[in-house]
Ligand binder design. Structure first.
Ligand SMILES: C[S@@+](CC[C@H](N)C(=O)[O-])C[C@H]1O[C@@H](n2cnc3c(N)ncnc32)[C@H](O)[C@@H]1O
Length: 223
């Protein structure tokens, strides 16, 4: 979905905090399978997970030896992520910040840059300047570092017809085009749709399509 797809009038901080507060746990707590499949091929380093929710991906990254910062707008999601991270020893480090990515800066760590910026299902039905946030995060990636974006490439089969009608799901190539990054600076390593099987809300077997974009930064930015 593009950043123009806001369908709900609530302020993002209110919408997402309410979403997390109104149920015990929103997500499975496990890493997203597609994200894990791609990251297994990368050398661990410093990572940031944008819109990390309850921390499933960030904690998995730390289990693989990455030093990770997870960032999400919802304090409740971040509290759950911190609790989950405290449950076991991690080879890497993980830190969680409750921050609106519209005005995000990671302060004193800023100069070091990231080996990986990961954004898994960083979609929102409320206002989100998603492309600007991804572009700003990409500018913090070091040479040979990666930007990984995993998206919904289509609505799930159980979604109501209006979801299929209302939302435009970007293809991975469209996602890359929307980012508008300098193609001399960025190598496209993956731009594809991957299907995975899951269980729907009524226990039915279902197939979901994930968009996968993996970009590698070839060299430092020129001044
Ligand atoms: C669809 S959820 C995905 C959560 C997680 N990445 C996952 O795959 O389970 C989108 C997440 O983005 C977060 N989010 C939305 N707008 C945000 C913003 N402006 N700044 C930070 N996080 C935001 C939400 O709170 C939510 O946790």
């Amino acid at each position: 979905m593009s950043e123009h797809a806001a369908t709900h009038p609530a302020a993002p901080s209110v919408f997402w905090e309410t979403r997390y507060q109104e149920t015990g746990t929103v997500w499975s707590g496990r890493v997203n399978a597609t994200t894990a499949d791609v990251v297994r091929g990368l050398q661990p380093g410093r990572a940031v997970d944008l819109g990390c929710g309850e921390g499933g991906d960030a904690i998995w990254l730390a289990q693989q030896g990455w030093n990770v910062t997870g960032v999400d707008i919802s304090p409740t999601a971040i509290t759950r992520a911190r609790t989950a991270a405290a449950a076991g020893p991690l080879p890497g480090t993980v830190r969680f910040d409750a921050v609106d990515l519209e005005s995000w800066s990671d302060g004193e760590d800023d100069g070091d840059g990231y080996d990986l910026v990961s954004a898994s299902f960083f979609h929102s039905p409320v206002a989100l300047t998603r492309t600007s946030i991804l572009r700003a995060a990409a500018s913090r990636i070091v040479t040979d570092g990666h930007l990984l974006i995993v998206t919904h490439a289509a609505a799930p089969p159980w979604a109501p017809p209006e979801t299929h009608r209302k939302h435009t799901f970007l293809t991975p190539d469209e996602e890359i085009a929307e980012l508008g990054l300098d193609r001399d600076l960025w190598e496209v390593r993956i731009s594809e749709t991957r299907s995975r099987t899951t269980t729907g809300p009524d226990g039915e077997a279902a197939t979901l399509d994930d968009g996968v974009v993996l970009l590698r930064r070839r060299r430092p930015f020129s001044p």
